[in-house]
Write a protein that binds this ligand. Sequence first.
Ligand SMILES: N[C@@H](CCC(=O)N[C@@H](CS)C(=O)NCC(=O)O)C(=O)O
Length: 312
Amino acid sequence: MSNELIFHHYATSPFSEKIRLILGFKGVTWHSVMVPPIMPKPDVIALTGGYRKTPLLQIGADIYCDTALIARVIDERHPESPLYPAGIAGTAQMLAQWADSTLFWTVIPYTTQPAGAAVLFAHTGPEARMAFAADRAPFTANMVRQTPVDATAALYTYLRWLETHLADGQDFLMSSQASIADFSIAQCLWYVHRAPELAKILDGYPKLSAWFKRVRAFGHGESTPMTSTESIEIAAKANEYAPTEVQPELGFAAGDAITVMPTDHGRDPVSGTLVGLTQFEVVIERHDERAGTLHVHFPRLGFQIKQQEPAE
Ligand SMILES: N[C@@H](CCC(=O)N[C@@H](CS)C(=O)NCC(=O)O)C(=O)O
């Protein structure tokens, strides 16, 4: 059990959909823990120490944050049908990074404009809607959000780029095989599809629509439900961790008390003891009363590492 994939997510989260589709593409069996879409998230924080973004991947007492790293870990464990195929891996990752940032922060304001929000939040009352808005305000406080008209104009440009890119008739964005780029872009279009009226913007792009159908057809793999309490018990019982090393001359030493913080949105720092550092990944060890001693992994890219401030 401690070696199995436990995926923490919620149904309406686009970044979760990126990973669910990857799990489908790889044909992986996984455990599904549903997390709340807004704070408080005591069981998520027990595992991460403060990082509140969705999704997370848990393998025993190793907790992987951010889909850039989660995708990499799944690919290493299931190397068949690679997400980073030789020859196209560089471009695929650059395209994925563009989709996870620029395209994502275009489809969010586009889809949540009043006509979309009415559908997205149709099942919730005004209180839940206000709670969601209050939760996301500090989460994106440092960002200049595009207005709906700006986002619409940007989306027309990006859809045209993508349609042109697919003009050569390939099944997937980079080649005849899917790669990480397909999943990062698919999660964005998937979100637009959640508001059917606004999704009509996609109708004018037949190649892109056919590509999207192909990616969705991968499905989500096979999952079994698990409660967050069970996942915490599994972490507490696990007694081994993925191997890590702190490479020299990267600015920090093994055992340093550090904080790790995302540099984009949702800038919640996590404190711990440095147990892993390369140019690609940072890993801290931390202790939680319920979950025991955990190793929390972040991608190096997009995260700030600092020595912890001495206590006053
Ligand atoms: N860079 C992160 C972004 C994750 C992200 O922003 N996820 C959204 C949901 S799709 C989120 O965390 N929203 C707030 C929340 O779930 O608490 C990743 O790739 O995992």
